[in-house]
Design a protein around this ligand. Structure first.
Ligand code: GTP
Length: 597
């Protein structure tokens, strides 16, 4: 047990976690060239294309140090805020963390938030100054920043490059020398922390766990405490690039478990695994169900595909437990589903997976956060509003509450003004401003979640020329003046275009929405009035003028294949269009409210 080290890598996004992790694997000989290739083929397409880690991965390395064999379990963590809960669980499975800081970018918002998470879990922190090979690297200054942040000595900061492999030996040495071996009682009843799970269509759900006390054995009758379900451990093993089945996984070690579970929802990250007959009395605490943050409707483009969409969503949910959905119907779009996502990135991923893996063409409606509404009649009873159409009638409405977050932004002193204006525009209230150095400032705001889940991050990057990093955590619900802005096309309300908006901005946003929709809705054979309304009151109007020309007219007399090509092209353009009444609405129109500038 003394020869095990469990550690994770924490960093701000793009500071080089995955690259460095690959280097560690290379250096310890944990991957052969052939396996490297395999791994590339196996990993999710989306993950590679977007260059981000979507799911955490765990991997075991064998390493001889000073003539002694060590087992190093590395738990890689996702970097995007949408998946921050997974970071916290991975951290809880470790005794130490490599804190990676980009030598050109220095400390950023997620460096700090992840560091706090690690410190809360009493992890030993090994600071690594990464990307020292970059010409723009600023090692002295960034080392000073790290020393200030951690209160460590400059010589404790390891200089490294994931690109060249420089410093990797020093990192491994520090992992062994500085990170404590796992403690835990081998003789206590089994107690293991679930820190991740992966769905495999052949083998079912693979659960990744860290044994805190006791031993988990092949064939053992085990129980998941939070779900209350019990299973037989069909297979347990360690995770190298491939799975290595073992008879047992002992105290302190990390491994995988296969029980034949076919539904990802049965395995919850953060849950405790114990022995069925001799259960532990001390459950690992901190378990929380992951809650969706953003809701949107997903509808088939073709109404006939509703059942197929349901089947596809069910399959998707089997391997992505964080996706939630329930049937809903819209007067405009017919039958579809209201879906809950961890964030906008998660929403995009789900939409893309539906299209790629299930060949569905879907329309996604305006996303919104989850509001609480209270009526005058029952002022104590929460009505959860995940869809603008669920908002009670204004006449009977007592109040609406919306979720707030604390946002932490780190930027250069030059951009403080721009960042403040943006946050104020987004209904933020500044709560703190600290100069980390003369150049770098940390700003804290209380802001409505609704204002940041959509385009905030892009806007922040623009106003700070890329020199701002951002992180947030929820701080509860607050009363807010919200109204529903409805959109009417051809005098018909289109419920799927409705949005909940702060009353002070409603007039302005209603106008912008009409203008944007005018741009997006293709001209048709007749004039299409576009109106925005709050209740019965029309607040804005635009018109899409009728189209007169026939698209094939100019080919008159031309050969038929050319004509067909044009029609094909037109048909393609129709993909992701939805006929509502007699108006065709393209997908972008449903997102228009998010793209207003
Ligand atoms: P997420 O998984 O999305 O959080 O990112 P990450 O932190 O794992 O970063 P990743 O390893 O994907 O690296 C981000 C970018 O930095 C990539 O383009 C890498 O090629 C580059 N990079 C990583 N390490 C180094 C390094 O040591 N030197 C240089 N020059 N570039 C590096």
């Amino acid at each position: 047990m003394k020869k095990i080290r469990n550690f994770c890598i924490i960093a701000h996004i793009d500071h080089g976690k995955s690259t460095l992790a690959d280097r560690l694997l290379d250096y310890t000989g944990s991957v052969t060239d052939r396996e490297k290739q395999d791994q590339l083929l196996d990993s999710m397409d989306l993950e590679r294309e977007r260059g981000i880690t979507i799911k955490s991965h765990a991997i075991q390395m064998d390493y001889i140090y000073n003539g002694e064999p060590y087992v190093l379990n590395l738990i890689d963590t996702p970097g995007h805020v949408d998946f921050s809960y997974e970071v916290s669980r991975s951290i809880a499975a470790c005794e130490g963390a490599l804190l990676i800081v980009d030598a050109a970018q220095s400390i950023q918002a997620q460096t700090i938030s992840n560091l706090y998470l690690a410190l809360e879990n009493d992890l030993e922190i090994i600071p690594v100054l990464n990307k020292v090979d970059l010409p723009s690297a600023n090692p002295e200054e960034v080392t000073d920043d790290i020393v200030d942040l951690l209160g460590c000595k400059p010589e404790e900061v390891i200089h490294a490059s994931g690109k060249t492999g420089f410093g990797v030996d020093k990192i491994l040495e520090a992992v062994i020398e500085r990170i404590p071996a796992p403690s835990g009682d081998p003789d206590s009843p089994l107690r293991a922390l679930v820190f991740d799970s992966v769905y495999n269509s052949f083998r079912g759900v693979e659960t990744y766990f860290r044994v805190i006390d006791g031993t988990i054995k092949k064939g053992q009758n085990i129980k998941f405490v939070a779900t209350g379900k019990s299973y037989f451990a069909d297979e347990v093993g360690t995770l190298k690039l491939k799975q290595h089945p073992k008879n047992e996984i002992k105290t302190g070690d990390v491994g995988y478990l296969i029980t034949g579970i076919k539904d990802a929802r049965e395995v919850k990250v953060g849950d405790t695994i114990t022995d069925f007959k001799n259960p532990t009395t001390s459950v690992i605490d901190g378990f929380e169900d992951v809650k969706p943050m953003v809701f949107a409707g997903i509808y088939p483009v073709d109404t006939e595909d509703y059942e197929e969409l349901r089947t596809s969503m069910e399959k998707l949910q089997l391997n992505d437990a964080s996706l939630v959905f329930s049937p809903e119907s819209s007067a405009a779009l017919g039958f579809g589903f209201r879906c809950g996502f961890l964030g906008m990135l998660h929403m995009e991923i789900i939409q893309e997976r539906l299209e790629r893996e299930f060949n569905m063409t879907v329309i996604t409606t305006v996303p919104n956060v989850s509001y609480h509404a209270f009526t005058k009649k029952y002022p104590d009873q929460i009505i959860i509003v995940n869809n603008p159409s669920d908002l009670p009638d204004p006449s009977g409405l007592d109040r609406v509450e919306e979720p707030y977050i604390k946002a932490t932004i780190i930027t250069k002193a030059d951009f403080v003004g721009n960042v403040m204006s943006l946050c104020i525009e987004k209904r933020g209230q500044i709560t703190n401003q600290t100069y980390l150095t003369t150049e770098r400032v940390e700003l804290s705001f209380d802001m409505p979640l609704a204002e940041i889940v959509f385009d905030f991050y892009d806007r922040l990057k623009t106003v700070s020329k890329g020199y701002a990093s951002f992180d947030y955590h929820p701080i509860g619900m607050r009363v807010s003046k919200l109204v529903r802005v409805d959109i009417l096309l051809n005098a018909q309300p289109v419920d799927a275009l409705s949005a909940l908006i702060h009353a002070d901005n409603a007039q302005h946003i209603g106008k912008k929405m009409c203008e944007k929709l005018k741009e997006l809705i293709p001209r048709q054979q007749f004039d299409i009035p576009i109106q925005a309304a709050i209740g019965a009151k029309i607040i804005s109007r635009e018109t899409v003028k009728a189209l007169r020309k026939d698209v094939t007219a100019k080919c008159y007399g031309g050969d038929i294949s050319r004509k067909r090509k044009l029609l094909e092209k037109q048909k393609k353009g129709k993909k992701r269009m939805r006929q509502v009444g007699n108006v065709e609405i393209p997908q972008q129109a449903f997102m228009a409210v998010l793209k207003l500038n």
